[in-house]
Write a protein that binds this ligand. Structure first.
Ligand code: G6P
Length: 489
């Protein structure tokens, strides 16, 4: 995020996502500190091409009501090319309600949650209204900052109305939309109230991007089944208008991880961790504490492994970083209690005064320490029940030059399709299968580990975040704007 100068001749790109790449924290009267936001979406977006003069539009992570404070924060954000959308009173029903309470479970194949019959202030309808309203607030900020020729790239399920609103404002704007989560089978999507309106809204974009062929295929099939539109090899055709649908698997910036592992700070952390876990194999898990990540299932599989392999007890440790997220959504709060219960049970059953099988942390760790953990792990356990891509698996591979550990990976993560050749693929719901994969990973001979690591490293290195951003922008560039299509008719 460099500061664009006034004479910057590169085309402007407005990257619009719910969350800005930085989050603000109040440090005093009208003063704010900015910190990099968490999450795969943000790290992926940082790889967006430098061919553009990029401005970011999104929520700054805080409520700000006072106009003087809003102006002060906007000014600080301008310095890092960010433009805030203050969502304040709509935030709860839009983000906790519709985005994370309804859309997120549907897109991750978890079905439509039940409405709370006792709370008439928070219904599907009120949450949907807040969602639309929030999308309009994003539009208003874009319109205020729009310059002719700007390209707009919208991100994720938070902003499904934005392509429609943008085209209604000006149908000459090039609009791309990318989904960072899975897109489910039409049978699952069909249960969503307002399913057609949402589909029609994103279809107004010029290009829709998905992580995998399966997600793109599910989306196209859903459009043909629910809207009765036509599908071609290019995408979806609705009333003579083509919306391109294509696959762009996201990646990471591998060099950032490789470099960090070699810095003195990480080297020292690596040595300390090796000493701390001397004589034991380390299994690592790094996930947001989200129901889609399958942390309880992971613990059950580890419990089964310890149960069935007494010789491994006290010789293996599972370090799980469970990064807190979306604490105001009831499902996420319940999950925390469930996971803590399991950790207590397993440590109680298989631990001793000097050794605990699970080290569970309810927090994130700093970047250098994260790289050190990736570097010393013998086995990485990624058991998401569903996941758009899962960049943690890529990050692990990038840090494993010395160790060449084994990646146990859910077949229901997008990464299952890209790293499947080098990983041990598992069905995360099958506790027996995951427990066997843990054993296979722990005893895998060095030459096979090396072979698998090489295949995965090559993939991670080539399919970087930068490539993802460049590929998307190049296809978006080639699309015909809606305004020209209408002239040709
Ligand atoms: C994960 C998901 C993305 C989502 C992001 C938002 O990375 O894969 O689809 O956009 O989380 O996280 P947040 O913390 O902003 O809800």
């Amino acid at each position: 995020m460099t500061n664009g100068s006034a004479c910057d001749q590169r085309p402007r790109l407005l990257v619009v996502a719910n969350r800005l790449p930085v989050s603000a924290k109040k440090t005093g009267e009208n003063s704010w500190s900015l910190k990099m936001s968490p999450g795969g979406l943000v790290s992926g977006l940082l790889g967006v091409t430098s061919q553009f003069d990029t401005k970011w539009v999104g929520w700054p992570g805080v409520d700000v009501i006072n106009e003087v404070e809003k102006a002060a924060l906007s000014k600080s954000l301008t310095e890092v090319n960010c433009i805030p959308v203050f969502l304040n009173e709509v935030f709860d029903q839009y983000y906790n309600g519709y985005c994370n309470g309804i859309l997120c479970p549907i897109l991750h194949h978890m079905g439509l949650p039940e409405e709370d019959p006792h709370d008439t202030t928070k219904t599907f309808e009120t949450q949907y209204d807040a969602y639309k309203k929030a999308n309009r607030m994003f539009l208003d900020v874009i319109v205020e900052n729009y310059e002719e020729g700007d390209i707009v790239w919208c991100h994720d399920y938070h902003l499904m109305f934005l392509p429609k609103f943008l085209k209604e404002y000006n149908n000459k704007i090039k609009v791309g939309w990318f989904l960072h989560s899975p897109f489910p089978s039409s049978e699952v999507y069909k249960t969503l109230p307002s399913r057609s309106e949402l589909l029609r809204a994103i279809l107004r974009a010029d290009l829709l991007g998905f992580h995998t062929y399966d997600f793109a295929r599910h989306f196209i099939r859903t459009c043909t089944r629910i809207l009765g539109v036509e599908a071609t090899h290019e995408g979806v055709v609705d009333q003579g208008r083509v919306t391109r649908v294509a696959v762009f698997p996201i990646g990471i910036d591998p060099d950032r991880f490789i470099r960090t592992c070699k810095l003195p700070e990480a080297t020292q952390q690596i040595n300390e961790l090796k000493e701390r876990f001397a004589g034991k194999k380390v299994i690592l898990g790094v996930d947001r504490l989200d129901p889609i990540k399958g942390i309880p299932q992971k613990y059950l599989a580890f419990e089964k492994f310890l149960e069935e392999n007494p010789n491994w007890r006290h010789k293996v440790v599972l370090v799980q970083i469970a990064v807190p997220t979306r604490n105001d959504v009831p499902e996420y709060r319940k999950l925390k209690d469930q996971v803590h219960g399991l950790v207590g049970r397993i440590n109680g059953r298989f631990g001793s005064v000097s050794s605990l099988p699970i080290h569970h942390l309810d927090c994130s760790v700093d970047f250098s320490y994260l790289c050190a953990l990736y570097a010393i792990a013998d086995v990485m356990l990624v058991t998401s029940l569903r996941d758009g891509m899962n960049l943690v698996s890529y990050e692990f591979v990038a840090c494993q030059e010395a160790k060449k550990g084994v990646l146990v990976l859910s077949e229901f993560a997008g990464a299952g399709q890209s790293l499947g050749a080098g990983a041990l693929l598992v069905n995360p719901c099958d506790v027996t299968e995951v427990s066997s994969a843990i054993k296979e990973a722990l005893i895998m001979p060095a030459d096979e580990r090396e072979k698998r690591y090489r295949v995965n490293f090559q993939y991670v290195y080539i399919h970087s975040a930068k490539k993802w951003g460049d590929d998307f922008m190049s296809v978006l560039n080639d699309t015909t704007p809606e305004s020209e299509m209408q002239l040709r008719k």
